[in-house]
Design a binder for this molecule. Structure first.
Ligand code: AMP
Ligand code: GLY
Length: 423
């Protein structure tokens, strides 16, 4: 089969690498890809958010399966265009992707279907927003409605902070994404990511994982795209796991009832394990990054089979087997991330790191420069992933590998998985 993966991050490297392990994968293209995917797939300079460009490439290269990694092409309707042309596509169409593209759309979907989530107000009116904050008090959470690359959320400790967040949202801090604001009850508890393959109204849950969103050790400092993750998540009780799986199944059934077209792709439930049970913070319409980098290395089933079954609506053909191992990934980031950072720093030591047993280095923001050297090209540069029979083994391997890799300004958290160690 000829397969095209859209995206350029560590998530897409992990997806492409897992697909490439399948004997069914012949030609593999990644658009635009990164310095890591260049090593085993063909990187293609395509604008992944342009439905016509992606469709033309897929037709020209006889692509049998398109896998859409990030949210932007989903929201832009790339899956709709491919499906209309009869090309099997992994990723929901634009309507389904609104679960991620609009927080208001998502909250209404959750409430309508009885899925547990925080109380909220969605409004385009500043006076109404300020009045709701005054009524509810702090702490309270203020979110831009649309896509804001993970930066549109303020967990406000005081009412003043919340009022300011509302003003900055309506003043255009997030562009059109902030024309509508969502204000939410502040939930407490550890977070857990539950990803599910969804097709034909059915959900097949993957192993649970946990991200580390703050830049600093001990979960301090500003939010990032994620500084590391691990799977499974031992703090999750059997009851909590069953509840999250039920919520994902209910959501999948609702997509089949409500949406014009079948939802075919990953549904990502971002849960908070509150004292009153797991509650949804959000849905995403794609794999998590960096959660994918710890979930897919544990998958023993053939990912080509799974993704094709999802793309073709063959729910009954999906079977997921998981390795009884621990996985951890540590993000190596550029100095300054998540704020401004420099690019173009030479990277060394990846081969030595990759040579360690059960270690795999996924590239997130890397590129080959004109001289053919591997250099940094993003905020999150590499995801150093390791498997182990125990959490400690996986963790020690990952950090040993991290220490073999060098680039100027390398930044990492040394406490990924601290909740496991302190449990
Ligand atoms: P989101 O993009 O909606 O997942 O929000 C980003 C982060 O903000 C989440 O991972 C949480 O850490 C935090 N957050 C979002 N919503 C809430 C909430 N209702 N209560 C507490 N924290 C939240
Ligand atoms: N790791 C958070 C996300 O993918 O949205």
């Amino acid at each position: 089969m000829n397969i095209l993966v859209l995206g350029s991050g560590g998530r897409e490297h992990a997806i492409a690498w897992t697909l490439a392990k399948s004997p069914k994968c012949d030609k593999l293209f990644v658009a635009p890809g990164n310095g890591g995917t260049a090593g085993f797939a063909q990187n293609v300079a395509l604008v992944a958010t342009d439905p016509n460009a992606v469709l033309a490439f897929a037709q020209e290269h006889a692509i049998d399966l398109v896998v859409i990694g990030p949210e932007a092409p989903l929201v832009a309707g790339v899956a709709d265009a491919l499906r209309a042309a009869g090309i099997p596509t992994f990723g929901p169409d634009a309507e389904g992707a609104q679960l991620e593209g609009s927080k208001t759309f998502c909250k209404e979907f959750m409430i309508r279907n009885g899925l547990p989530t925080a109380d909220y107000l969605s409004t385009t009116d500043a006076d109404e927003a300020h009045a709701y904050i005054n009524k509810m008090g702090a702490p309270i959470v203020v979110k831009a409605d649309g896509l804001a690359a993970g930066k549109g959320v303020v967990v406000a400790a005081t009412a003043d902070e919340a009022h300011e967040a509302v003003d900055s949202c309506f003043d255009g801090a997030f562009g059109e994404a902030g024309n509508t604001v969502v204000i939410e009850e502040c939930l407490t508890g550890p977070e857990c990511s539950m990803l599910a393959f969804v097709t034909a109204g059915h959900a097949y849950c993957m192993a649970p994982s946990q991200d580390h969103k703050r830049v600093g050790e001990g979960d301090t400092g500003p939010n990032t795209g994620g500084m590391g993750a691990y799977s499974p998540v031992p703090i999750v009780t059997d009851d909590e796991l069953a509840r999250m799986q039920q919520v994902m199944a209910d959501a999948a059934a609702a997509t089949a009832r409500e949406f014009a077209h079948d939802y075919r792709g990953v549904l990502y439930g971002g849960f908070m394990l509150t004292p009153n049970g797991p509650k949804l913070l959000e849905y995403n319409a794609r794999f998590g990054d960096p959660e994918t980098q710890v979930v897919l290395p544990r998958l023993e089933s053939d990912l080509v089979d799974v993704m094709l079954a999802v793309a073709e609506g063959r729910a009954q053909d999906i079977a997921l087997d998981w390795a009884d191992k621990w996985a951890i990934t540590v993000v190596l980031a550029s100095e300054g991330y998540p704020r401004a950072y420099e690019k173009g720093k030479m990277i060394t030591g990846i081969e030595e790191a990759d040579a360690l047993p059960d270690v795999k280095v996924f590239h997130a923001g890397t590129a080959l420069n004109e001289a053919g050297d591997l250099v940094t090209a993003g905020g999150r540069v590499l995801n150093v992933t390791a498997l182990g029979a125990t959490f400690e083994e996986a963790r020690n391997r990952a950090y040993e590998a991290c220490d073999k890799i060098h680039f100027e300004g390398k930044q990492l958290r040394r406490d990924i998985g601290h909740r496991v160690l302190n449990a």
